[in-house]
Design a binder for this molecule. Structure first.
Ligand code: APR
Length: 239
C-alpha cells in the first residue's frame, strides 16, 4: 500500500528533456563536451566574450523552441491534476517544456532560456528571439547590457527562499534526470530526507546522490515515470 502524500517536490534535470531531443550536459554528446563551461556558463566568460555567450544561447533557443514535452513532462501534469497534494516542480532546466506540458508551480532555479535580464535596470525581456550586445532594453533604453537570464556558475540560484521551504515541508521528493553533481541542487535530496521525506530517483544509471534515495528507477523517464504516477494516483483513490 503506497502512502498518501501531502506535499510532493519534483526536482528535474536535463535528463527529463532528453527524450524531447534536447542534449544533456554530461553524457557522451553532452553540451559540456562541445563547449567549455568557463566560456559559455560563467560570469567571467560572459565578461570576456559576450558575443560568444549570446550566440550559444541564441542557438540553444532554436533547438528548445522546436522541442515538445515527452511523456515524463506530461506525467507530471497528470499527477498535478489527479493526485490530492501540493506538487511543485523545481527545475535545473532552462527549457520551457514543463510549461509547454501544462505543469504548474514551476521554479526555474537556473533561469530560463527565453528570458534576458538588463544589467543596467534589472528589466526581464521575455523572448525566444536573438539577444545580443546590440539589444536595447525596453525599459531603460540602454543598449548592450542584456544578459541571458541563465544562472552562470558563480551566481546565486533563483527562487531559493521558496525552494528551502518546499524542501523542508515535503513528504515525497522525486528526482528526475539529474546527475546530482552540481550544487546546491545536488544537496536538495539530503535536505528533503533530513526533514523526513521519502526519496525516489529516476535516472539512467546510479548517480552521485545514490546513497540518499530510498528507491531508484533506472531507465528513460518517458517510460518509467508514467507507471509510477499511475501507481500513486491509484493508491490515492483507494485511501
Ligand atoms: N530519462 C531519465 N534520466 C535521463 C535520461 C532519460 N531519458 N537521459 C539522461 N538521463 C540522466 C542521466 O543519467 C544523468 O544522470 O539525466 C542526467 C543528466 O545529467 P547532466 O547532463 O549532468 O544534467 P543535469 O544533472 O541536469 O546538470 C545539472 O549542471 O551544468 C549545469 O546548469 C547545468 O542545470 C545543469 C546542471
Amino acid at each position: 500500500m503506497t502512502k498518501l502524500y501531502q506535499n510532493i517536490v519534483i526536482l528535474t534535470g536535463a535528463g527529463i528533456s532528453a527524450e524531447s531531443g534536447l542534449a544533456t550536459f554530461r553524457s557522451s554528446n553532452g553540451l559540456w563536451n562541445n563547449h567549455r563551461v568557463e566560456d559559455v556558463a560563467s560570469v567571467e566568460g560572459f565578461e570576456r566574450n559576450p558575443e560568444l555567450v549570446h550566440s550559444f544561447y541564441n542557438d540553444l533557443k532554436v533547438e528548445i523552441q522546436k522541442a515538445e514535452p515527452n511523456p515524463a513532462h506530461l506525467a507530471i501534469t497528470k499527477l498535478q491534476n489527479e493526485y490530492p497534494a501540493e506538487i511543485s516542480v523545481i527545475t535545473q532546466n532552462v527549457d520551457t517544456l514543463h510549461e509547454k506540458a501544462g505543469n504548474k508551480n514551476i521554479y526555474h532555479i537556473h533561469g530560463q532560456i527565453n528570458q534576458a535580464v538588463c544589467l543596467n535596470c534589472g528589466h526581464i525581456l521575455e523572448t525566444f528571439g536573438d539577444v545580443d550586445t546590440e539589444t536595447v532594453c525596453a525599459r531603460c533604453g540602454v543598449a548592450g547590457m542584456m544578459k541571458p537570464n541563465i544562472v552562470f556558475f558563480g551566481e546565486n540560484l533563483l527562487c531559493m527562499d521558496k525552494v528551502e521551504t518546499l524542501l523542508r515541508n515535503c513528504d515525497l521528493f522525486v528526482s528526475i534526470g539529474t546527475s546530482g553533481v552540481v550544487f546546491p541542487a545536488a544537496a536538495f535530496v539530503q535536505t528533503a530526507k533530513y526533514y523526513g521525506a521519502d526519496t525516489i530517483e529516476f535516472t539512467l544509471e546510479p548517480t552521485s546522490n545514490n546513497f540518499y534515495f530510498d528507491r531508484h528507477v533506472y531507465g528513460p523517464a518517458g517510460k518509467t515515470l508514467p507507471p509510477y504516477v499511475d501507481e500513486l494516483i491509484k493508491s490515492a483513490s483507494k485511501s
